[in-house]
Design a protein around this ligand. Structure first.
Ligand SMILES: Nc1ncnc2c1ncn2[C@@H]1O[C@H](COP(=O)(O)OP(=O)(O)O)[C@@H](O)[C@H]1O
Ligand SMILES: [Mg+2]
Length: 282
């Protein structure tokens, strides 16, 4: 279990965590959502030990994050930060192998190379193995960094907006793979997403961050409501259940009035009636 207790984090007088507490269980996909600039990336960096909190405890099983044992702490993590540029003269295979940096020696072990190739094959990118990473597209880089994080076989896997550059196919390849591995290996997985419908499909536990706090957490079916979307993003939305019983968030553009139906046209309803109908939905 990864536990955060009474965490306080400020950067340049900006409070990004205010007495924040939560715990994350192994074998579950935890998804963080929240507005831009609310401190989602800062939270992941703090858990990794990149940012020093003002106060609070971060612990995993029986170990607590302490500056003097930082490298030991980080060994437990796979971490895919936001917007990493792979501007280096390395091949895709070499970048994936870096996930096992601690195990690399002057002679490369065949088993390690096989593991890296298998990681690429599983996500459908084996054909890129010998390509230089600095010539890949943003989406391809994101998938390669995902393969690198998997190579670590971490206890805690953190991904910061891992699907932001991916097409529909690779969004699902990455998230399906992540879900399967999280459950099979018992990882604590924590990922930032912006797409509420992907979050609804893949989160076992959703954490909603706003104003330095987790203002709601739980299964998406229990917490994703129009009121929450309005509160967090100031956007009107309908939330229905799809055919699979999963919440579906349909946002509504500002000032939208539903089109008049034929019967309404005959009975000459006012715009107020349509607007009222929208308000009832919201
Ligand atoms: N190293 C830093 N020093 C000062 N301010 C920072 C630093 N890193 C991030 N910030 C600020 O903290 C806020 C939260 O940033 P971030 O955690 O990246 O937000 P999010 O990931 O939720 O969009 C932003 O206003 C950002 O400009
Ligand atoms: Mg961020």
């Amino acid at each position: 279990m990864l536990q955060v207790k009474n965490l306080n984090v400020s950067l340049d007088n900006l409070i990004l965590a205010r007495d924040m507490s939560f715990s994350l269980e192994p074998g579950k996909v935890n998804v963080i959502i929240g507005p831009n600039g609310t401190g989602k990336s800062t939270l992941l960096k703090t858990l990794f030990g990149d940012i020093l909190p003002e106060s609070g405890d971060i612990s995993f099983n029986n170990a607590t994050l302490k500056r003097k044992h930082l490298s030991q702490w980080r060994e437990q993590f796979g971490y895919m930060p936001q917007d990493i540029k792979l501007d280096i003269e390395l091949s895709v295979l070499e970048v994936v192998l870096l996930g096992k940096l601690d195990a690399l020696s002057l002679r490369l072990d065949d088993a390690l190379i096989k593991q890296a190739l298998t990681a690429l094959e599983k996500i459908g990118l084996l054909h890129l193995a010998n390509r230089p990473v600095n010539r890949l597209s943003g989406g391809q880089c994101q998938m390669i960094l995902f393969a690198q994080a998997l190579m670590r076989n971490p206890k805690i896997l953190m991904l910061d907006e891992p699907v932001s550059a991916l097409d529909l196919h690779f969004q699902h390849v990455l998230l399906d793979h992540l879900d399967t591995e999280t459950k099979q290996q018992g990882w604590v997985t924590l990922m930032v997403l912006h797409d509420l419908n992907l979050a609804a499909q893949y989160a076992d536990n959703l954490l909603v961050l706003k104003d330095g706090n987790v203002i709601a957490s739980g299964h998406p079916s229990d917490i994703l409501t129009p009121a929450l979307v309005k509160d967090v993003y100031d956007v009107n939305a309908e939330v229905t259940k799809d055919a699979y019983g999963i919440p579906f968030v349909r946002t509504i553009r500002q000032g939208f009035l539903p089109p008049k139906t034929n019967s309404q046209t005959h009975r000459s309803p006012s715009r107020t009636t349509a607007a009222q109908g929208l308000r009832n939905v919201i």
